[in-house]
Design a protein around this ligand. Structure first.
Ligand code: SF4
Length: 207
């Protein structure tokens, strides 16, 4: 048993900080499988420190000097905000050429009851936020959030990123088991919030 806090996929280093999430998306990989490219991503515990993450990152980077790291994994990385900040700070200080991306559900400002985005300026190059719906009804059906204001909060988070001039992509998963979203409407919402728009076609294994 061990905690996989960093792993390599498509020559990019992914950082897996937690198994917890404030969503329970119907297409979440966690519902279908225990691993990504053979790496078990279920953590034995939630007590890992930034140094634990950095140690694993360094081992992988020594073998494959990646140009990008992505906070993603089997849970919502922003739930481990302080660890994420510390790791991102380390990367930016020691490997300024590496691009740092955070894949998030956009609930952080609701969770921490403050706007955390300015704290990440200079540490995160891009946020990819799961928009997953043209309205609350669609969002709730896909994302099954654990609090009622989640759709509104997600949109507010996207706007908070663009307000800070941090690159932000609003993404949706399209075609999950034959379900379809209003792509034009989602794109308009994303662009109005100052975000780029990305459609991820649903595929069975998620990669
Ligand atoms: S937001 Fe991401 S980690 Fe959370 S349930 Fe959805 S797909 Fe899974």
């Amino acid at each position: 048993m061990s905690n996989t806090l960093a792993y390599l996929l498509d020559k990019k280093i992914y950082i897996n900080l937690t198994n917890h999430c404030t969503n329970d998306c119907i297409f979440c990989l966690r519902n279908d499988k225990d691993d990504v490219v053979g790496q078990t991503l279920w953590l034995d515990d939630e007590n890992s420190t930034a140094q634990d993450v950095i140690d694993q990152f360094e081992k992988i980077y020594a073998q494959c000097p990646s140009k990008e790291i992505i906070f993603c994994g089997y849970g919502e990385p922003m739930l481990k905000l302080e660890v994420l900040k510390e790791v991102a700070k380390y990367i930016k200080k020691n490997y300024p050429q590496i691009r740092v991306r955070v894949n998030t559900n956009g609930h952080a400002n609701y969770i921490y009851k403050r706007n955390v985005v300015p704290e990440l300026k200079g540490l995160v190059d891009e946020f990819s936020v799961s928009l997953n719906g043209a309205d609350k009804k669609e969002y709730d059906m896909y994302s099954r959030p654990k609090f009622d204001e989640a759709y509104k909060e997600t949109k507010n988070f996207i706007k908070a990123c663009s307000n800070e001039n941090i690159s932000v992509v609003a993404s949706i998963v399209e075609g999950y088991k034959g379900k379809h979203l209003d792509l034009e409407k989602c794109k308009t919402i994303a662009n109005d919030l100052g975000a780029k728009f990305r459609v991820r076609e649903w595929i069975v294994n998620g990669y």
